[in-house]
Each structure stands twice: as C-alpha cells, then as structure tokens.
Ligand binder design. Structure first.
Ligand SMILES: C[S@@+](CC[C@H](N)C(=O)[O-])C[C@H]1O[C@@H](n2cnc3c(N)ncnc32)[C@H](O)[C@@H]1O
Length: 269
C-alpha cells in the first residue's frame, strides 16, 4: 500500500520535470497572481522542494511558502529560493495537515502528486480550495503513456501492469493513477473553477540514461508485483530495455499533464 520516494530519485527527475513543465500555464497563473495580490503558497507532497525551486523564481511578489510532506527527511532538504520571504515545513499527512494548510493559502500547488491521491481526497481538496477561491496548479501528473521510439513485443504488457499498479492505495485510498489529470479537472470544474490542462511529457534520450534506467527498474518491480505469473517475461523485457538505454539511441516518452485551476470570476481575462 505504501510507496516511498528517495531523495536520489527525486533529484534524478528534477531537471527533467523542470524542462517538461507547461510554461504557457505560468503566463495565465502569473497574470491572475498579480491581480489577486496573494502571498501564501501551499506546496502539497513537496518532497525536497522541487516545485518550490521551479515556481518561486517565476512568480512575482513576496511569497510565503508552506511545504507539507509526511517524509521529514525529504522536507528537511528544502531551502528558500527567489522571492521567498518565509518557508515553513510541515511534517504531516495530506489528508489532515495538507488540507489545513491549503485552507490558509492563496495558491495551492504540487508536482508529481495527483496520480498518488484518491478521488475522495481530491474532491475534498477542490472543496477546500473553492471555499477561499484560491488558485491551484498541479504539475507533472503521470497520465499512463510510456512510449519507446522502437517497439518491443512486451512494452504493452509492462505498460498495462504499471498503470494497473498505479491505481493501488498509496496512503490516501485507491490512487487515481493515469486518470489523475482528467479527474482533477472534472473535480475542480464541478465546484466552480475554470481550468487549463496541458500535456507535459518527459522526452528522455541518451542524456537521461540514469533516469531511464531507474524507470525501467521501477516499472519492472511494479509489473512483477501486478502480474507475478508473467515475472519471467517482465524480467527479460527489462534486460532488453536496459540494453536499449545503454546503447543510447532511444527516445522514451513518459506522459504527464499539468493542471491549472483559477476561480472562474477572477480568471475570465
Ligand atoms: C512523487 S513525490 C513528488 C515530490 C515533489 N513534489 C517533487 O516534485 O519532487 C510525492 C511526494 O508526496 C509525498 N506524499 C505522498 N503521499 C503523502 C501523504 N499522504 N501525506 C503526505 N505526503 C505524502 C511523498 O512523501 C513524496 O515526497
């Protein structure tokens, strides 16, 4: 049921996350942020602060960030950047402390999070955000796409197993997995938000070999857990794919979506 994230893994993905994010959404967010005149930002499931490092230098004005994560060791690595005048680290669960912090924020944000959460929690988050009409930006939600430039007969087996594994309980109830972007957009629209959703896939190549190798390892473990009867096939798939990565002539697309939601009345510019 649980899943832990190491600082090494988060560090490996951070540069790829940052280059993949939807800059177009930031233009819309930036205009609203300046008009709304807020300062308090809640970063949910912050890990070591990757989202803070990306977003803080790109938002105007004084910023007071509160980072929430249940992993105290990850949280301890986060440091203020850019215009951040105050940084609070809250060790806690998204279902309790996360929603409390969200209730006091002008902008609620997160990265690489929504595929881990349940629809129940997401609905509560949408209600919480709407109660204060705060803004919301959740980046890099996995959307289920895993596409290699050359196809392998067992890519589909592994992709389906990984996507099914993604729907397991990851602390907050059955996880949304690849449906996260769609469900989040629907939930925020249902309470009254205007939304913007953009595809933000990782495009990995030879320069991202360490991340690609780590992905293959992670997918192999997940697929074996999901389809133990196919463990042999999955392991030989992994050997072939690690070879693909070592050879260096590959493109691997891993699908993500970014979602921005702003209160309807304020976002009609
Ligand atoms: C995939 S990581 C993303 C971390 C960071 N946002 C980033 O982009 O590098 C998901 C984070 O959510 C945290 N997390 C997951 N479920 C949580 C929960 N129920 N309560 C608090 N934190 C949670 C994990 O500890 C982890 O740091």
């Amino acid at each position: 049921m649980s899943e832990t994230f190491t600082a090494d893994w988060l560090g490996l993905r951070e540069p790829v996350d940052h280059r993949s994010r939807a800059n177009d959404l930031l233009d819309v967010l930036g205009t609203w942020w300046e008009t709304a005149g807020g300062s308090r930002i809640a970063d949910l499931g912050s890990g070591t602060g990757s989202n803070l490092r990306y977003l803080a230098p790109r938002l105007s004005g004084v910023q007071e960030w509160t980072l929430v994560d249940h992993d105290a060791a990850l949280l301890a690595r986060a440091e203020p950047v850019g215009r951040v005048t105050k940084l609070e680290r809250v060790v806690g669960n998204l279902a309790r402390e996360g929603l409390e912090v969200a209730r006091r924020a002008d902008l609620v944000t997160g990265s690489a999070l929504l595929d881990l959460v349940s629809e129940t929690w997401l609905t509560r988050l949408a209600d919480t955000c709407w109660s204060t009409r705060c803004g919301m930006l959740f980046a890099l939600n996995f959307d289920g796409l895993i596409e290699w430039s050359d196809s392998d007969p067992d890519d589909r087996l592994v992709q389906d197993a990984v996507n099914s594994h993604q729907r397991r309980d990851k602390w907050l109830g059955p996880a949304l997995g690849p449906t996260a972007g769609e469900v989040a957009e629907r939930s925020f629209r249902a309470v009254g938000y205007r939304t913007w959703r953009m595809q933000t896939p990782w495009r990995l190549g030879a320069g991202d070999a360490a991340l690609a190798q780590s992905l293959v390892d992670g997918w192999t473990r997940a697929a074996e857990e999901e389809c133990p009867a196919e463990a042999g096939r999955i392991r030989t798939w992994a050997e072939r794919r690690q070879h693909t990565v070592l050879e260096g002539a590959f493109v691997l697309i891993v699908g993500h979506v970014d979602l921005l939601a702003l209160p309807g009345d304020a976002a009609s510019q």
